[in-house]
Design a protein around this ligand. Sequence first.
Ligand SMILES: [Ca+2]
Length: 171
Amino acid sequence: MRRWLGACGGLVALGCSLHLGRAAAPVELRFEAEVVSTPADGWLRDQDRPDKWCLWTTEPEAAKKRSGAQTLKTPVVVEDRARPEDGAPVLRAHCTGIPAGQWDVELPAVVRLLAISLDGRTWRPYRGGPLARGLRIDQGTFDLWVDDRYAWPDHPGPAYFDCVILRRVGD
Ligand SMILES: [Ca+2]
C-alpha cells in the first residue's frame, strides 16, 4: 500500500492551460527514492555506515528540504570506488504507472555526486539537472540504478537520493 501511495500520490498536475487547443496540462510525477528502490536492506534508518545508505529522517527542517521529509544519503566517499559493489549497495529505482509519452527526468538536491545508470552497467557521475530529456516511455515504467561511487574531494560529504521527478514534455 505504501508503495502504491508513494507512486500515485506523486501525480501532480502543475496547472492547467486555459488556451483552447493546447495539449494536456503539464504533469509532474514524483517517486520517493525509499519507496521505489530496492534492495530495502541497502539502507539503515538514521544510521551512517560505510557500506549502507542512510534513510535520513531526523534532519532539521527536513519537511522544507526533502521530498516526504526524508531522503536517502550515501556514505562519505573519500575516493572514487573501483566497483559498484564497493561501499553502499547499488539501488534500483523502479518507477511504475507512467503514462505513455515523453518525459524529462531529474533528481533534485543531490548536492555532491551520485553514480547513475540507465541500464545497470554503464555509470556516470550526476550532480543534478536533467538526467534525461524527452525520454520516450511507452511501457509505463522507468528504471534507474543509483550508487555511491564518486568522491567530492573539495568538500567531502554525502550525496542525496531524495526522489525521481519526471516532467511530461510531449505525447
Ligand atoms: Ca556502491
